[in-house]
Design a protein around this ligand. Structure first.
Ligand code: SF4
Length: 196
């Protein structure tokens, strides 16, 4: 699987967000086209990773994996074998519409179940995400996220190993965060056949 970062490094910034003032030129359209290709590359990587039998987890895993399963049956792919890469890319296209690649998980955004949207609506303003994605129904984790989850876990543990100066609230927040990360790591490293 190709390596990815917070926002997939090969995915150029959204033309409006990343290149202010260029929307009247053809440059913005070019960037948007490159971004669309990079998104599709990323979804194809996710499909191949899943089709190779690697584990996934997160609230959106069963939804996305069910879609992968439907595509696999329709294309006649076998585990580890892609019958038609060109047709596969066409069939994966729609998933790029809601996909937001992330560091500790990807987000397959659905407004009705988005924890971040619910919290923002409740408070009437955007709220910090903190670790909300870890427990959101829209999150999906795969093997690309595993080393980052492990690194995040080690970073969260470090202050607890030398807790001088940590408040009780900080300690509690770190402890909860570590428990969430442990759960996420365990889901991706469990033995046995992954669920579809
Ligand atoms: S909280 Fe959920 S919907 Fe919001 S960014 Fe994270 S995974 Fe996506």
């Amino acid at each position: 699987m190709r390596a990815v970062a917070t926002e997939h490094p090969a995915i150029p910034p959204h033309p409006v967000e990343g290149y202010a003032g260029t929307s009247s030129s053809g440059f913005a359209a070019e960037v948007a086209a490159e971004r669309a290709i990079a998104q599709l590359d990323y979804v194809e990587d996710l499909y191949r990773d899943w089709n190779d039998g690697h584990r996934t987890s997160g609230g959106a895993a069963s939804r996305v994996n069910a879609e992968f399963d439907r595509i696999r049956r329709e294309l006649g792919d076998l585990p580890g074998i892609i019958a038609s890469p060109a047709r596969l890319r066409i069939m994966l296209q729609h998933l790029t519409k809601t996909l937001h690649p992330g560091v500790l998980n990807d987000c397959f955004y659905q407004p009705s179940t988005a924890l971040c949207a619910k919290r923002a609506k409740h408070a009437g303003r955007p709220l910090p995400l903190l670790t909300m994605c870890l427990t959101c129904p829209n999150a999906r984790r795969s093997s690309v996220h595993l080393p980052r989850l492990t690194t995040a876990r080690a970073q969260a543990q470090r202050p607890l190993d030398a807790p001088a100066g940590l408040s009780r609230l900080q300690t509690a927040a770190l402890t909860t965060h570590i428990a969430d990360l442990d759960h996420a790591i365990a889901e991706l490293t469990a033995t046995g056949t992954p669920d579809a």
